[in-house]
Design a protein around this ligand. Sequence first.
Ligand SMILES: C[S@@+](CC[C@H](N)C(=O)[O-])C[C@H]1O[C@@H](n2cnc3c(N)ncnc32)[C@H](O)[C@@H]1O
Length: 267
Amino acid sequence: MREFSETYLERTREGMWDDSRVALEPLDLEGRERILDVGCGTGELSRVLAGDSPADCEVVGCDADTDLLAVAAEHVPVVASDAYQLPFPDDSFDLVVCQALLINLPEPAAAIREFARVSRDLVAAVEPNNAAVEIDSSVDSENALERRARRAYLDGVPTDVALGADARDAFEAAGLEVLETRRYDHVKTVEPPYSEAAVLAARRKATGSGLADDRETMLAGALTESDYDELRRAWREMGRDVVEQMEARTYHRAESVPFFVTVGSQS
Ligand SMILES: C[S@@+](CC[C@H](N)C(=O)[O-])C[C@H]1O[C@@H](n2cnc3c(N)ncnc32)[C@H](O)[C@@H]1O
């Protein structure tokens, strides 16, 4: 199972759902009594669900990683569990939802089948298409290099991290009827004054440490060791340009990650 850190989840989810919740409307959060957020991590989505559902609606978070669950537990009740074998009786919830979980599972349809077992009404998945991320940066080389690194990463990862709207296939394979799919573009911008997290991210680019975290995954795909070394050299150079522009307060970056909300129910 791929592991995620608390800081990674906080950084990648920062501001998510703050600008628009239109894509979550089919979940009918205002009408819910008991919601399960599977693969909740630090509970970033659980907090949105709890905030938008009635005060007496119970939102439960569940994840296999107990360190992340300890953070989620500060906001919602949590249960440690595998997504394929949920420790709840049939029909325990009226909405079972996950965010960025299916892209990390080798058998997404089996998980959806288990979600449907414990839901008496809706099942929903919020999944990104990581192959369609777009970057607009004031450092010319950043977009092309990030695309190259992303392609190498996607190639080496064993699950479908570009699942996005294709989550529909997993719902259908699990015997669910897909009621609706909506798109939400999570746009993160970096501009002056720079946050501490943005400065740290720039430094990680300049040292190449961010890329090094994904080295093993990249080498599991088509990338050779010398391709990786060359990519890391260019990456660090790009990182130094980012740091330089930050010092001159001229650095701007916008990253757009398309997420797809798939909602289904037992047909
Ligand atoms: C990309 S994170 C998403 C976390 C959270 N849903 C969010 O959007 O911020 C994926 C999460 O799925 C969890 N996970 C992966 N495989 C799992 C499994 N088989 N059962 C339960 N949780 C799992 C990981 O521990 C991690 O917290």
